[in-house]
Design a protein around this ligand. Structure first.
Ligand SMILES: [Zn+2]
Length: 155
């Protein structure tokens, strides 16, 4: 069937290219969250006094009562390991030379997912305390990569 013989009931199709540009922003709360990591090396949460919840990363609105959140608090850099996974395979399926561990650390009523300090993979257990370790201040850019890793705190 040629183009001129196209089925009249099928949708028309054009093949070409479209120039698309995107700009992704962190949003109001995310911008302040990452700017504070960059400038102060602090993790901010936003507090809902109605629901008594502290959102980490900070959010602009409470997901439960939809109230605007304007109480910002420093939640510190130490939290509990809630869960983790060991990565022994690269994205291309090849085996990793060294195990990488990704963990979720609770901060406030939320938390962060990040890599664990590489030498500590064999030690990690749920319930351990871990500290968020930042890059030196002069190297921070205002992103999640300003965090180098989570470091386990021995009992
Ligand atoms: Zn709320």
């Amino acid at each position: 069937m040629t183009l001129l013989e196209r089925d009249p009931n099928s949708p028309p199709v054009w093949r070409d290219e479209i120039q698309v540009t995107n700009r992704y922003t962190f949003g109001i709360a995310g911008e302040r969250f990452f700017r504070t990591i960059k400038e102060k090396g602090q993790i901010l949460g936003s507090r809902c006094s109605n629901c008594e919840r502290t959102y980490v990363p900070a959010a602009e609105f409470c997901e439960r009562c939809l109230d605007h959140l304007d109480e910002w608090i420093d939640v510190g850099t130490v939290g509990e390991i809630i869960t983790f996974t060991h990565l022994n395979v690269n994205y291309d399926g090849s085996p990793r030379e060294e195990t990488e561990t990704i963990a979720f650390v609770r901060l406030g009523d939320g938390g962060l997912i990040h890599r664990l300090k590489s030498s500590q993979s064999p030690e990690i257990q749920i319930g351990m305390q871990a500290k968020v370790v930042f890059k030196p201040a002069e190297e921070r850019e205002g992103s999640i990569t300003d965090i180098l890793y989570l470091e386990l705190i021995p009992d």
